[in-house]
Design a protein around this ligand. Structure first.
Ligand code: DGJ
Length: 373
């Protein structure tokens, strides 16, 4: 019998209840009827280890420290005509429970094998299950909001690109990395018909039961906050553009103190970078950037404890208690990527992050929120 974990050890190798390393990178956690379900990418060894050779792994826990291996929630497909064919890229899976349909709905960033390792696919995959652990059935992939204009652009900017504009935009050779010549009002117009690009992503269930998909769009330059339909399996067709040209990746959302708080990363591939905190009174905005939420030494601040965010997990039964979840990627051997979970603390009305070598949920104990004014 494996010994019980009593503390979170950010950055160390985490094992499940059988002593096996946990494979749940770029993860998210669903709480359902007394159990936490942690979904994440199952990565493999070697430089190609970010390709989906297995699928989305899921683990179950009641205490957030001891995780039972609940198996592969969504398996890749051996069939070469499948959009989730073995060897494709599946990143940042997130799952919500839909109380109307009684279904569990998984979204993830999908790069079909046909799109290669280029990340040009920039699609969203959707899968559903009757039970939290799955098996999830792949429904479809899409680029969100095809044919729909963002709600927060001027009427004059709701126009498909003209032929000369298309030529000009193609010449800019936008990949996914920040460039100073990023055209802030072109890319969503280019993608009106095909649907908007969607790479790093998260899902968020709001207090009114509406669900949102937040994704890095427009060649990573702009975030979109997009409402899902009542089944949570498609975009509802209403979305806003957030921070055009600021290149936020790795979005993770929480609601606290009547505001929505967004943790995100800068845009530097797998390398860690300086994290960002933003907030808004409504998911539709207006959004404000607050800067870097990490406190600590120069290096800790600069590279956000050597990690990029993936999710913020509300701890059940403890008011204002949130676990910040991040990944320390290991691109040369992705299977060895590490998990960096830290308690969200609050100072001067802002959620902030400080390094802990080891910690437990006791930090949230009495009052709930860790308020160190
Ligand atoms: C950074 C993202 O956070 C990851 O999910 C992954 O998409 C890499 N970029 C790919 O370079």
């Amino acid at each position: 019998m494996h010994h019980r974990h009593t503390q979170f050890l950010p950055g160390q190798t985490w094992t499940d209840t059988h002593g096996q390393p946990i494979h749940a990178h770029g993860g998210g956690v669903l709480y359902h009827e007394g159990t936490y379900w942690w979904f994440g990418e199952h990565k493999v060894a070697g430089p190609d280890g970010n390709r989906a050779m297995v699928g989305v792994h899921v683990y179950a826990s009641e205490d957030l420290l001891n995780w039972r291996d609940a198996g592969i929630a969504l398996s890749v497909d051996e069939r070469p005509d499948s959009e989730i064919e073995k060897g494709c890229i599946i990143e940042r899976p997130k799952v919500l429970y839909n109380a109307r349909t009684h279904r569990f709905v998984m979204w993830f960033h999908l790069e079909p094998k046909s799109a290669g390792m280029s990340y040009d696919g920039a699609r969203s995959g959707v899968a559903v299950a009757e039970r939290p652990e799955g098996p999830y059935r792949f429904l479809h992939s899409l680029r969100p909001n095809a044919g729909m204009w963002p709600e927060n652009v001027q009427e004059a900017d709701k126009a498909p690109l003209s032929a000369p504009e298309q030529v000009e935009l193609a010449r800019l050779e936008l990949g996914g990395a920040p460039v100073p010549w990023y055209p802030r009002n072109r890319v969503y117009r280019r993608d009106l018909v095909s649907g908007q690009m969607a790479r790093d992503m998260t899902l968020f269930l709001d207090v009114d039961g509406r669900a949102y998909h937040l994704y890095a769009s427009e060649n990573n330059g702009t975030l979109h906050v997009s409402l899902l339909d009542a089944t949570f399996t498609r975009p509802a067709g209403r979305y806003v553009r957030v921070f055009p040209g600021r290149f936020h990746e790795a979005p993770a959302l929480m609601r606290w103190n009547d505001r929505y708080w967004l943790f995100s990363s800068d845009c530097t591939g797998w390398a860690p970078n300086t994290a960002r905190l933003s907030s808004a009174p409504q998911l539709w905005g207006p959004w404000t950037e607050h800067g870097n939420p990490c406190l600590g030494t120069g290096a800790q601040i600069a590279n956000s404890f050597a990690s990029q965010p993936t999710f913020v997990l509300p701890v059940q039964g403890r008011g204002d208690a949130f676990v910040y979840m991040a990944d320390r990627w290991c691109p040369q051997n992705p299977i060895d990527g590490r998990y960096v979970w830290l308690p969200v603390r609050f100072r001067h009305g802002l959620p902030i992050l400080e390094w802990c070598d080891a910690w437990s949920l006791d930090v949230f104990a009495s009052a709930g929120a860790v308020v160190d004014e």
